[in-house]
Design a protein around this ligand. Structure first.
Ligand code: WTA
Length: 635
């Protein structure tokens, strides 16, 4: 019997030990007992991190949509699979049952086939958070096409690059999208992108905002009339375990975006197993992840992981601030949400607002609350714990990456005791290693180094689309025979992991390594501070000095800026030491952020270095206007 649902800490340790001692036996049992296969594998795992090449469940035959949809039909066909909450609350939610999802996916799959899409073809999806987005991913998977979702906040330029890199011949989009009080002309963005994409022959357009858009004859077609005519039956394509399921682009520290390739069986097994455990999902629960399906979090934990477990997964079209800052909590109350999974950047934004927005709603349905995407600072952790979790729902601080496919280091709720800012323990089967500068593994506890993983897990990305060499160089070359994450981490006296941030953000000041995250934590503890970012800038004596960009909760709080600067440095001195004090502190009304909420330190570094000329592409920022403000006020 495999342990699919871990209930106690001792059980976690027991299963973990088994997964390390006998990984193939362990992952064979999980795959065998909890999924449906057309044919079982010949070999559970083949791997070579030097080549690098990784294969899980080789020889197995399956279709992931049968696991995510068909097999739930008999017992729970009428259960809600997707619970859609629109941007405008007055529009009313939609409940899509497993049976309805089955029909919608099959029809969509038939439309794709009618438009010439075959197994192995790449399909670009550029849609807002509407049900068609989830349905289109599954429709591709149904017929063995490889989906490449591009987040619908990317510019036409970014979209074109991604379409061309993976040679997509078809694009699925909508006439537009709602974002709070605004509408966005998605089709217009696609039209501009396609001027640079001669390979695209078909554009399928979902109707969402009923705007007056231009349709290019011979290329563009409205989706709905095609769906209306399509058959609701579509035999699933039988796939090999290692056939690609999707490509998802992630930005590298340099160069063009990397198209990470995920394959079918291992990805399915790992996302399903982690979903079950990290959120302790139970039969009648309503689960909500606020991410966009355009990111890996949405792929793995809105679509595939939840559906593989027969869960009800909530999809939210809107933003946390519309119609007001209580929207998240209103949705939790309305749908009696049991698991809530969001990002620290959202938590900090909401924590800045009046507490009344949270207190107004009944959040008693919540059982587990999660965090993902960046290190969660201590202040945000406590705000989340106190005001959302009410100190009773455990916070799962889940560390993972686009490349890892699923959650790697995280507490298991009600199993692993949590500590603020700690992702705690590796999940079953995950073997982390911390490496020093010389490439030696740091053994034992109370060590800090570069975070690597030394053994494959089922959902590791297999390659970068069209560039295996770059895959090798980026992930398998820094440390021999190990996957390098690009993150730093420490392991405390009890074996708990704390992710300290990207190692490319480490700043060496007077020969001391300083992580930006702990300094920012210290600054954020100041009552007046909402958020901050630290970068290094060249300094004659120290090599590097620290430059801090600080966003205040209320702009007026900087009435006596020099005093505030002193207090901030005092906080840092208290928490880390005088070595970490900032040479320069600039107050700003916001920080440049990517659409997924990550601070664009590259730009801040340039500004700190007084290099205003070549800031690179700022068009993909959430708030490009902030850049000029920061330049104008730079020291
Ligand atoms: C960071 C998102 C600290 C980390 C799933 C990683 C985190 C990068 C956490 C991947 C966390 C993600 N604590 N840092 N809980 N989760 N990160 O590819 O630097 O968008 O390498 O995947 O986000 O971001 P990505």
């Amino acid at each position: 019997m495999s342990n699919y649902n871990i209930k106690h800490l001792e059980e976690y340790f027991k299963v973990y030990r088994k997964s390390v001692r006998e990984p193939e036996v362990f992952w064979e049992e999980i795959a065998e007992e909890h999924f449906s296969w057309h044919k079982k594998w010949d070999k559970v795992l083949y791997w070579d991190f030097e080549k690098p090449e990784i294969k899980w469940y080789e020889g197995a035959k399956l279709n992931i949509t049968e696991n995510c949809i068909d097999r739930h039909l008999r017992m729970t066909g009428d259960k809600t699979a997707i619970l859609f909450e629109p941007n405008n609350p007055d529009e009313g939610a939609q409940h899509i049952s497993y049976r309805q999802l089955h029909e919608r996916v099959n029809k969509f799959a038939n439309v794709l086939k009618d438009n010439g899409v075959r197994k192995g073809d790449r399909v670009c999806i550029y849609l807002p958070m509407i049900p068609e987005l989830a349905v289109s991913l599954l429709a591709c998977a149904r017929i063995g096409a490889i989906h490449s979702v591009v987040f619908a906040g990317f510019s036409s330029n970014a979209l074109a690059t991604r379409i061309n890199d993976s040679d997509c011949k078809i694009v699925i989009t909508s006439d537009g999208s709602y974002r709070g009080a605004k509408t966005i002309d998605l089709k217009g963005i696609v039209d501009v992108a396609l001027e640079d994409c001669p390979g695209v022959h078909t554009v399928l357009v979902a109707e969402r905002i009923h705007s007056d858009i231009k349709m290019k004859p011979g290329r563009d077609q409205w989706l709905q009339p095609l769906l209306d005519q399509a058959s609701p039956e579509c035999e699933p394509e039988i796939m090999d375990a290692e056939d690609p399921l999707f490509i998802l682009y992630t930005s590298g520290s340099t160069g063009k975006p990397k198209g990470m390739v995920h394959t079918t069986a291992g990805y399915m097994v790992y996302t399903a197993y982690t979903f079950k455990n990290m959120f302790r999902y139970e039969e009648d629960d309503v689960y909500w992840c606020t991410a966009d399906i355009g990111w890996i979090t949405g792929h793995s934990y809105i679509v595939y992981g939840p559906l593989a477990n027969g869960a009800t997964t909530l999809m939210f079209e809107g933003v946390p601030s519309y119609p007001d800052y209580g929207r998240f909590w209103e949705i939790v109350e309305k749908h009696r949400v049991n698991q809530f999974y969001t990002a620290p950047t959202a938590i900090r934004a909401l924590a800045k607002e009046n507490l009344g927005y949270v207190e107004k709603y009944d959040l008693s349905s919540l059982k587990v609350i999660g965090s993902v995407g960046e290190p969660i600072n201590e202040e945000a952790w406590h705000w989340y714990n106190d005001n959302v979790g009410k100190k009773k729902s455990p916070i799962v601080d889940t560390w993972w990456q686009t490349e890892t496919g699923g959650i790697m280091i995280s507490p298991i709720p009600y199993v692993t005791p949590t500590i603020p800012t700690y992702a705690t323990l590796p999940f079953i089967g995950v073997q982390p290693a911390l490496m020093d500068e010389k490439g030696e593994e740091l053994k034992g506890n109370q060590v800090e180094g570069r975070l690597c993983i030394k053994y494959p897990w089922p959902s590791i990305a297999r390659t970068i689309w069209g560039n295996h060499q770059r895959y090798k160089d980026t992930y398998f070359s820094a440390f021999a025979k190990k996957y390098f994450t690009g993150d730093g981490a420490l392991r405390d006296a009890t074996g708990y992991y704390r992710i300290t941030g990207r190692v490319d953000d480490v700043i060496i000041v007077s020969g001391h390594n300083l992580g930006t995250a702990p300094i920012e934590d210290a600054i954020n503890e100041h009552n007046a501070v909402a958020e901050s970012a630290i970068v290094g800038f060249p300094h004659d004596i120290k090599g590097n000095a620290l430059y801090g960009y600080v966003v205040l909760k209320e702009a007026g709080a900087a009435r006596n800026p020099d005093n505030l600067r002193k207090e901030i440095n005092q906080k840092i001195t208290e928490r880390i030491g005088p070595i970490a004090k900032l040479d320069k502190i600039q107050f700003a009304t916001g920080l440049p952020k990517t659409r997924s909420g990550k601070i664009m330190r590259r730009i801040l570094r340039k500004i700190a270095a007084k290099d205003f000329t070549n800031l690179g592409d700022t068009s993909t920022l959430l708030n490009p206007e902030i850049v000029q403000e920061i330049i104008d006020n730079a020291h």
